[in-house]
Structure formats: C-alpha cells, structure tokens
Design a binder for this molecule. Structure first.
Ligand SMILES: O=C(O)COP(=O)(O)O
Ligand SMILES: [Mg+2]
Length: 300
C-alpha cells in the first residue's frame, strides 16, 4: 500500500477487511505479548477471528525459541496454538540451510539462543556455540591463538542476550577464514519488547557486530524477507492477497506483508506508537493502523 494513505481501523473498514481476508498473520512481540505478558484482549480477539472461520498464523522474528517452545508458551498463556501454525526466524534459519542443500557433514556456528539450536537439530544439522559459549571468557595473552573449527560452513546470528567476545571472535573467524562460509541473520530488528515495561536491543545489534568485523552483509531469513512465505503457502492454500499481516514494526512486519502481497495492519502496542509513527512511516506505510488487535473486538 506504499504511496497510498494509511487509514485508522474503523467499524466500516474492519468489517471489509474481515470479509476479504481468509488468514491473519500475527507478529508476536508487541502484538500478542510483551515478553511473558499477554497484551490485553488478545485471547478474546483470536477467539473472535477463529469463530469467523479465519486461519491464524504466527510469524515471529524472535529466534530465541523453536516452534515447539513457542507452542508451549502459547499454551501456558492460555492460547491454543499448534506448532505448525508458528513460523519463527529460528525455523527459517534451519530451513534456509535445508532448501540450499547445506552439507550435513558441515557444522553451523550459532550466535543466538536455544531456539536456533533446536530447529537445527530437528532439521538434522550439527550446531556449535549458542548458550554453551555464553560463559566463555577470553584472555588476550600475547602467545595465545584462538582456534576455531574449520568445518563450520555457516554462521547463524540471532537475538542473543549472552553475546560475548568469545562468540564474536568465533563467528568472525569462521566467516573470514572458512572458504564459502555462509553468514545468515535470523532478522535485523533494531529493538523489541522483550519485557513489558521497555524495549531491549534486537538481533539487529548482534548482526551489526558481525557485519562490522567481517565487512560482509548477511542473508536475512526473517521478516521483511518473504522466505518464510513459501512454507506458509505450502501449508495453507490461500492466496496472499487474502491474507492480512498484523505487526508492530514497519520495517519488518509491514514490509514483509507488502513484499508478499498481503493486506497490512500496524498496531501501536509494540515498538511503533502514536508519537513515533509519523517519523517511522516515511518509507513504509501500512494499509491500516490501530492501537491494538483487541480493537477488533469493538469493530467486528
Ligand atoms: O523480538 C524480536 O526480535 C522480534 O519479534 P517479533 O517479530 O515477534 O516482533
Ligand atoms: Mg513485533
């Protein structure tokens, strides 16, 4: 909807949107929850949409969990969601290697958390790094040489609250010294609502660190890349023009929706709000915007 004027969601257009869409694609952080806390009215809204026969799908850039771990989180918050309704950037990273025939005898170094490791393992890949390297310290001594595995053929970088100098050196050496080593970013979100009260550094800052050391740009598999859309389309026989992407970030969620040909709805319950919207929406404009998905309860 670039170039067009964005509209505030209202009784009239919410009904039109509902009638012309078969699936709602929801971003998670800032739309469904903030950290461990559900956003008000979300379970009721999802129930309402399901009662109208809509398919609900969850597309998250947060790579710290696998699809299985996300399904558990949804259940613990009282929302019944199946693993196959979740499309996370951790899954995207493993699938990128899969569809590109990454050799199973090669290894993958992970700057990130458990979610990426679980998805790699499920896809049959051997991973190194991740949380296990979170407590490793470096001592910069004149005679010490940092050894890395020459068999690492890909480095995946995602959100990592335990990022350290050891992981930065490991990932950097693999990309710089192992011939053909891939540099994959799960996503490049600047910040995210990892807790309910404030925003925290997003995967974009971990990715930027490795861009800085290697002077290379990664392959990004999460939003706004439409890589995950192929998997979604394999599962749901719905044309993208009858899907609506709902998110709190313009440069990932809304752009992903637009890149894929979906309708788009921006919500002000996460990183974009009424005060920064004007500034942030210069390049990417959603079709609709509203305070929270719970507004649909009023409009539908
Ligand atoms: O927290 C992040 O990195 C982004 O996650 P989201 O795509 O669910 O908003
Ligand atoms: Mg979000």
């Amino acid at each position: 909807m670039n170039g067009k004027i964005s509209k505030s969601l209202s009784v009239e257009n919410a009904k039109e949107l509902l009638n012309s869409v078969d699936a709602f694609l929801f971003d998670c952080d800032g739309v469904i929850w903030k950290g461990e806390k559900l956003i008000d009215g979300v379970p009721e809204t999802l129930d309402l949409l399901r009662s109208h026969g809509k398919k609900l799908v969850f597309v998250t850039n947060n790579s710290t969990k696998s699809r299985k771990q996300y399904a558990k989180k949804f259940h613990s918050l009282g929302i019944p969601v199946n693993e196959d309704e979740i499309f996370s950037s951790s899954f995207a990273a493993a699938m990128y290697l899969n569809v590109n025939d990454f050799p199973r005898e090669k290894k993958v170094y992970v700057i990130g958390e458990e979610g990426i490791l679980e998805e790699l393992e499920q896809a049959g890949f051997t991973a190194l790094g991740g949380p296990a390297d979170g407590k490793k310290n470096i001592e910069l001594k004149s005679d010490s040489l940092f050894e890395h595995d020459k068999n690492v053929g890909a480095v995946i970088v995602g959100l990592d609250q335990y990022i350290n100098f050891y992981k930065l050196q490991y990932g950097t050496l693999c990309i710089r010294e192992n011939p053909g080593c891939l540099f994959i970013a799960t996503n490049r979100d600047a910040v995210g609502h990892l807790t309910d009260l404030q925003e925290w550094p997003g995967a974009g800052c971990m990715v930027a660190a490795i861009c800085g050391t290697t002077q290379k740009e990664p392959i990004t598999v999460g939003k706004p890349s439409t890589f995950l859309m192929d998997f979604l389309l394999q599962k749901y026989n719905i044309t993208t023009s009858r899907m609506c992407m709902v998110g709190d970030r313009l440069d990932t969620d809304i752009l992903f929706g637009q890149n894929a040909g979906c309708r788009t709805l921006l919500v002000f319950s996460g990183v974009t709000n009424e005060s920064n919207y004007e500034d942030l929406s210069k390049e990417v404009k959603p079709e609709y915007y509203t305070n929270s998905i719970a507004d649909m309860l009023k409009y539908i």
